[in-house]
Design a protein around this ligand. Sequence first.
Ligand SMILES: *[C@@H]1O[C@H](CO)[C@@H](O)[C@H](O)[C@H]1NC(C)=O
Ligand SMILES: *[C@@H]1O[C@H](CO)[C@@H](O)[C@H](O)[C@H]1NC(C)=O
Ligand SMILES: *[C@@H]1O[C@H](CO)[C@@H](O)[C@H](O)[C@H]1NC(C)=O
Ligand SMILES: *[C@@H]1O[C@H](CO)[C@@H](O)[C@H](O)[C@H]1NC(C)=O
Ligand SMILES: *[C@@H]1O[C@H](CO)[C@@H](O)[C@H](O)[C@H]1NC(C)=O
Ligand SMILES: *[C@@H]1O[C@H](CO)[C@@H](O)[C@H](O)[C@H]1NC(C)=O
Ligand SMILES: *[C@@H]1O[C@H](CO)[C@@H](O)[C@H](O)[C@H]1NC(C)=O
Ligand SMILES: *[C@@H]1O[C@H](CO)[C@@H](O)[C@H](O)[C@H]1NC(C)=O
Ligand SMILES: *[C@@H]1O[C@H](CO)[C@@H](O)[C@H](O)[C@H]1NC(C)=O
Length: 496
Amino acid sequence: MINSTNSVTQLRATQLLLLIITIFISSCTEANDTQELLKGFKARPDPSTTSFQSLLRDPTGNLSFGFLRTNRTRLSLAVLHLPSSETLWLADPTRFLHWSHKTELTFTNGSLVISNPGSRVFWSSSNSVAGDRVVLLNSSSLQIQDNLKSVVWQSFDFPGNTLVEGQNFTDAMTLISSNGKYFMRLGSDFMGLYAGFKRGYEQIYWKHRAMQAKAEIVQGKGPIYARVNPDGYLGMYQTGTEPPVDVQPFSTFQKQVNGLIRVVLEPDGNLRGYFWDGSTWVSNYQAISETCELPSPCGSYGLCKSGSGCSCIDNRTEYISGGECLPTESGSGDFCGDAVANNGFWVLRRKGVELPYNELMRYETTSSLEECEGICEKNCSCWGAVYNNASRFCYTVDYPIQTLLSVGDETKVGYFKVRKSAHKGRVGVVFRALIGVFFGAVLVFVGFIGFVVYKAWERRRGVKRFLHDDETGGVSPGPYKDLGSASFRALEMCNR
Ligand SMILES: *[C@@H]1O[C@H](CO)[C@@H](O)[C@H](O)[C@H]1NC(C)=O
Ligand SMILES: *[C@@H]1O[C@H](CO)[C@@H](O)[C@H](O)[C@H]1NC(C)=O
Ligand SMILES: *[C@@H]1O[C@H](CO)[C@@H](O)[C@H](O)[C@H]1NC(C)=O
Ligand SMILES: *[C@@H]1O[C@H](CO)[C@@H](O)[C@H](O)[C@H]1NC(C)=O
Ligand SMILES: *[C@@H]1O[C@H](CO)[C@@H](O)[C@H](O)[C@H]1NC(C)=O
Ligand SMILES: *[C@@H]1O[C@H](CO)[C@@H](O)[C@H](O)[C@H]1NC(C)=O
Ligand SMILES: *[C@@H]1O[C@H](CO)[C@@H](O)[C@H](O)[C@H]1NC(C)=O
Ligand SMILES: *[C@@H]1O[C@H](CO)[C@@H](O)[C@H](O)[C@H]1NC(C)=O
Ligand SMILES: *[C@@H]1O[C@H](CO)[C@@H](O)[C@H](O)[C@H]1NC(C)=O
């Protein structure tokens, strides 16, 4: 009786909770009707917001600018595509604030400012130029306009990891992946993707030179810029010239798509394009199509084989998805300096390996493998070298070792330094785990002995009768059996 009443109450409570959550979510994702913010505007993050607090919407109602809450406590200013909750822009993509009702966003002096009143300014759109209103365009650009409606500031000039249709990407801008590891920049006649595997050092891993089929790059005519064209391509242009100097077509090239197109520098280092088909984002472009050619698909000291996935350079280590074969340990990023020199390194060699983007890597020509290894061994900023016995090219790696390509050609030999402290750290972890297991086992054993002794003592005191009552009465052993857990079975065995 009591049980059934309980479950009905529980059901009602669950339904109520679901209803509350539904209301909560729908109120969270509902676009705010406000279409412009005027001077004097002030807003604070609402403590009850779970995901997004809309402050301003675009004319279609599909896009919104507001406070984005991530990982429960992080606050960012963001432009969101509401139907998919996809973030198109972040005010300060590498920093997050704490979600606090003390934080305030203001538009009082003609620029957007987010601050803790009375203390410090976290971010501001700009303090040199002043506008009169803030609007969000249907292209997703957040603009500050003056009273003549000319643009004094726009979010399009400060991209994060995303470029959308119509947005100009110039040589002064950098696209940065959400994990802060990868960058996209423009050179004088190319578009490049770079990896920041070591502080203060960037390795280019993808380079696309302008084809210059429809127009040529003219010296002195200004830098090139890139733009996602509504016709379905990523174009490169030179300021002032109309036809693109380069076209990277999407799979939707010259097909009419109505939805928004965005190009994102992803956390895996790939540059991918998507269009919104009304219900999902459909991928229509990727700069790197072969997984093994990504900058680090199998993590540090990983080995990628086309068609068969990841393993480790060190064949004694098993590859665990999402993990690292050997930790690189962040730190000074090389083997120079005293602290690291004390620990030193050990050497890992592997035949049949190649650098994934060696056409973009530095190399020297050496007469032997030994000479190649020697160059790296002596240089404290070198992490490894790959020697090609056929071409005699010696490629040196100046950043912590990432994923290498596994190739059939055994004459391509890799030499890799591994931090000694890192290796010891791993042994330490295993050792500590073993110690933990040992003490755990001792504890369980002592507990078991204690239990047996206690039972024997109980029987001797004639409490056995009560135990019998328990077994036949209110609490049946059924549920225990249903649970089927080892500990409950152990308990039953003990009772017999
Ligand atoms: C939209 O946001 C503004 C500023 O925070 C607020 O004053 C207004 O009440 C909101 N409107 C709706 C419909 O939520
Ligand atoms: C959102 O965008 C789609 C096109 O992608 C459009 O059909 C729809 O009308 C838009 N929603 C609103 C509320 O305007
Ligand atoms: C979320 O927060 C937890 C704890 O603060 C942290 O361990 C985790 O890495 C965070 N997740 C992301 C995606 O930042
Ligand atoms: C706006 O300008 C006034 C006067 O220059 C200054 O006192 C005030 O702190 C400014 N407010 C913000 C939010 O920057
Ligand atoms: C966006 O707005 C412009 C005018 O400002 C209009 O020409 C265009 O069709 C709109 N695009 C969408 C997708 O609504
Ligand atoms: C992009 O650049 C072109 C050519 O300079 C310019 O006409 C256009 O207005 C720019 N678009 C934006 C959104 O700034
Ligand atoms: C691991 O590599 C070493 C050296 O390259 C080789 O001698 C050994 O046979 C390999 N072990 C396995 C299990 O493949
Ligand atoms: C060590 O390597 C770095 C980067 O590859 C290079 O700039 C430097 O000249 C090398 N030092 C010596 C002594 O060869
Ligand atoms: C490297 O090349 C040399 C000369 O071409 C050859 O004698 C040697 O056997 C090769 N070494 C390997 C490991 O293939």
